[in-house]
Design a protein around this ligand. Sequence first.
Ligand SMILES: Nc1ncnc2c1ncn2[C@@H]1O[C@H](COP(=O)(O)OP(=O)(O)OP(=O)(O)O)[C@@H](O)[C@H]1O
Length: 638
Amino acid sequence: MNRRYGNASGSAPSRKGRGRPGRGEIMIVQGGSGAAGDFAYVLGALGRAGWRYRSELAPLYWWAGSLLGGAWLHSTHPAWWPLPLVAGVAVLVVLAWLPRPVVTRWPLLARWRVRAWSAGFTAAVTATVALAGLYGASAGELPTYAFMAAMGLGAPWWWREDRRRLSKVRMIRERFGDTADAAGLSGARMVSAVIGRWGWTARLKLRRGQHYTDAVNALPALESALGSRVGALRVEPVTDDAAEVVLRLVESDPHAEPIPWVARPGKRPASITAPVTVGVWEDGSDVAVSLLRKHVLIGGATDSGKSGLLNVILARLAECNDVTIWGIDLKEGMELAPWSKVLHRLAVNGSQGGALLKDAVAELERRAAFLAEQGIREWTPTAEAPALVVMIDEYAELGPAARKLADSIARRGRAVAVTLLIATQRPTQKTMGDGSAIRSQMNIRFCLRVVERGDVDLILGAGSLTAGWDTTGFDAPGKFLLRAAGHDTPRRARAQWINDADVQATATRNTRPNHHQPARPQDRNGDHASGQTPPGTTGAQDGAPGSLRAPGATGTPSGVSGPDVALWEALKQAPPTGAGITELMTASGRSRRWVHYRLQALKRQGKAAPCGDGRWVAVPGPRARPDREPPGADGDAS
Ligand SMILES: Nc1ncnc2c1ncn2[C@@H]1O[C@H](COP(=O)(O)OP(=O)(O)OP(=O)(O)O)[C@@H](O)[C@H]1O
């Protein structure tokens, strides 16, 4: 039995002294005997300290690790010593070449100082392992030189900004007991803490009986006890545990400078079914919004950053492979033309806009009919049958007929994943179209700076201003309030800023096949069918009865609706003698095998039947009336 300083009574140690012996207290440690127990105790303590201060001790670990690695190589495979050299040279080549995915994965490598340090580190480790592998780890002065290299590389490592911040947060965590006492939150513990770009975030375990509201009330006192600036602390509840809260310290204002847009890391394309990041909240966390089956309204005064936000959303959608984007830019294409490689269609004046919306409504009805006939409630976007997003910059410039069409999409488009993204200065009833319900159909609303307080209600909905949603005081472009499902409190955010070079790079990286082709000079007369639409785009001939070509196509045989709809249309339009497999392959743009499997599936569902000679027809089912709202498209007006 060993004696350590601790709590002689055996009761739980006082919170203040947790993990540390109190003066004069004796703790009974069971299970050890004599020197072996002491040794185990010291070893355990050293192990814990070694892990806890792993960041500070990292240079020593590199030194020991590379010598040990080399020693192992020397004793097991001495002839393999060139291997670490090859690996090291490969890393140096990558650092010199710096392919884009590497920077995306490790953004710090974009800084030349970090790259230089990484190259030095790679060279030192490579040389140590290779030499130790060849001559043995203790050969000559190798351990000394390796140690000197580790210390040399360690200097910038120890000086690193984020490591120093990490040490600071660790100290804050260790002393949090005293901080909580001083702030009147006695008994609260900081169970974990992480540093972020703008400050740190910690999880607090409150004392039994304490609640989130106690933490909220203690905020000013906590700010004083932590020595932070006024208003730097935020507290959020943890929904699954009433005795826990998240405490966030925002050291620097994330909105003080423009927030650069960062491309999505990784090679795999994104999907519209997952939320996309468009900006940063005041506490430094990302603003992520789910755009699937949602209409979006962006409103704000001139120069408030509407087009900037529109561009960021467009960039995010461009990264998704299950979205087709059509654009209407009534600034003569100034905003959206740089995105030509991503947009399937682009209308740059009122009449082209009207034609585009007409096609979007036709697409919506085609999808609605298809869903109704197949007994499906909602359109699930895929790469082959994508969601269709129609972006409209300067909505107020659209003519009344076009606004009527947009209104129709707003009311009926959600279930079939045909949605609108509208930017406008003042969404008054007049600019949105008299009698139009379009505003109430907008599920996601971004309100940037407005000049008149009443405009907040126009953009975010009646009663918003009195409920605390006020953007009149916003002092920089791109700052906004977001109102959407799950975003019910006015939290300030700022949109990311995508510059021209990034627009170009993103558009090039995500170029769509059959994207919009800029109009030839002779076509600049406002007729969309004369060059504004890519080959194969909706035209009267495409949808003509008897044609097996799917209407609404965007250059591929199956078009924006996807091969399933194209196949179904072809079956429905087939003469009584049926459609042959080759015709169905042409219509859907898919292989014989694919067509065969789909026909068998339709046959099993009683929706298609063979009619001899390998020809097929659709079996008539309930048809969707064109004026009928598609299932689930009732709009969740906010
Ligand atoms: N998120 C942002 N971060 C930093 N600066 C921004 C941001 N968004 C816009 N800006 C700046 O504000 C300027 C005006 O932005 P933008 O053109 O998007 O405003 P707007 O509301 O569309 O104006 P208008 O109504 O006149 O078209 C831009 O040129 C840009 O310099």
